[in-house]
Write a protein that binds this ligand. Sequence first.
Ligand code: NDP
Length: 239
Amino acid sequence: MRKVLITGGSRGIGAAIVRAFSEAGDRVVFFYHQNHTAAATIAAKTGATAIPCDVSDPDAVREGLAAARAALGGEPEVLVSNAGISHTGLSRDMTDAEWRSVLDTNLSAAFYLAREVQGAMIRASEGRMLFIGSMWGKVGASCEVAYSAAKAGLRGLTMALAKELGPSHITVNCVEPGVIATDMNAHLDSKALEALAEETPLGRIGAPAEVAAAVLFLASPAAAFITGQCLGVDGGFAI
Ligand code: NDP
């Protein structure tokens, strides 16, 4: 039974990751932001512990981690940094606050978490870190400039941390979803979703559980020699 910390576990892909690790018999704590009802529902269904924590704030991350350690009965052995937000619009219209919010939530949060959990992993000489990026971090999305930049930043974070932490037997990998059916895409009408499915070589959009399966694999003993990689779970969209 591993001790697993997942961010953004109240909904969508994060909730599927909470379910996957819980079903695998691991002890799971997840962070969420504001959606107490959704968090309580996932916690009740899985037995995981839900903790409110704004991961874009480094002080909140330190506080959240103290609560997570108490709930886990020790240090996280697996970190899944999944929480994210998107922002759609022309780059010329984006405010400083909007830019910072997207970068802080999607990129800086992953760094804050990785910084805080690595000490214990180094002492234990093992650990797994997983970041949830996006295919847009690989190929860029028009009208999602900050999001694409943040997710591209996760690629650099993954590779650099993998080199820095490899000697301590800690693996660091990134999973890059394509279009997945979650609230993040709820603003898209059925026509737009159909067009995205058509653009996907496998001809459909993905399910949160399909992303969770890749995360579970990269955290498993079978993936012990895989580090610094970005794995697309995108139906071939970003080939
Ligand atoms: P959702 O919008 O469905 O869920 C977002 C989750 O992140 C919620 O649990 C939310 O908590 C949490 N969250 C948001 N901001 C914060 C914050 N500041 N602090 C803590 N938690 C926060 O998103 P998805 O499940 O679709 O996305 C999950 C990840 O996958 C993201 O990183 C996203 O960029 C990435 N991704 C998603 C794709 C998709 O098509 N859906 C495609 C590619 C990548 P709360 O419920 O409290 O608001």
